[in-house]
Design a protein around this ligand. Structure first.
Ligand code: URA
Length: 215
């Protein structure tokens, strides 16, 4: 054992850094994925989009939020969740004690589906490797799926968001908590329905905070 220590000490002294485990820093790795996305032509969505929307936030977040795909405002700005739903998401994130900069916000598909339709299976399949790479780099403590489309396309299942919200799932060994999409809260027609949707969402976020170690 002491011989091994001596050998390692010798290698360290001569600067043999190849002996150390090398991991590219997450910011650089994230930027590489983003530039891959900016060149992507793997599905037809790139033809009609104005901007790619790779996602943004901390390269080492506790929490990663995943929506379904960019809407019109996001397509205009090249940034995720910057329209009305995004403003509500910002409020939720702040109430959780975080900010846009300290979490990561992304989407299942990185280009806007025309007319905000659901992304098609081929589009999701083409885009999923980018999301998988982002998740592997970010290593969030917990993923929040915003709405049915995000949940089902992340997990490859057919689940009801109303039944499954707040329950614990896993994606590549990372805990996943689904909740309502903020646009769903905004769509509620009565005050009562809106406050129920908000209350349910907040209860889901309490579970997220517990998994993130912040409760
Ligand atoms: N809805 C989403 O699912 N994603 C966005 O980026 C904006 C709205």
């Amino acid at each position: 054992m002491s011989e091994l220590k001596e050998i390692l000490k010798f290698y360290r002294e001569i600067g043999a850094s190849f002996l150390e485990h090398h991991r590219e820093d997450p910011l650089t790795a994230l930027k590489e994925v983003s530039s891959e996305i900016h060149k992507c032509t793997k599905c037809p969505l790139h033809q009609k989009k104005k901007n790619y929307v790779p996602g943004e936030g901390s390269p080492e977040p506790d929490i990663m939020f995943i929506g379904e795909g960019p809407g019109e405002t996001e397509d205009n700005f090249g940034r995720p969740f910057v329209g009305n739903a995004g403003q509500l998401l910002d409020k939720i994130i702040e109430k959780m004690g975080y900010s846009r900069e300290t979490v990561f916000i992304g989407n299942i598909v990185k280009c806007r589906p025309p007319g905000n339709r659901d992304p098609e299976p081929g589009e999701v399949a083409a885009c999923k490797p980018y999301l998988e790479k982002q998740v592997a780099i970010l290593k969030p403590r917990v993923i929040v799926c915003l709405g049915r489309v995000a949940l089902n396309n992340l997990l490859g299942q057919e689940l009801s968001i109303t039944n499954e919200r707040g329950k614990l799932f896993y994606f590549n060994d990372i805990p996943v908590i689904p909740t309502y999409h903020p646009a769903y809260i905004l769509r509620q027609k009565t005050k009562e329905a809106a406050s129920k949707a908000k209350w349910d969402t907040w209860n889901d976020m309490l579970k997220v905070l517990e998994i993130a170690g912040k409760s």
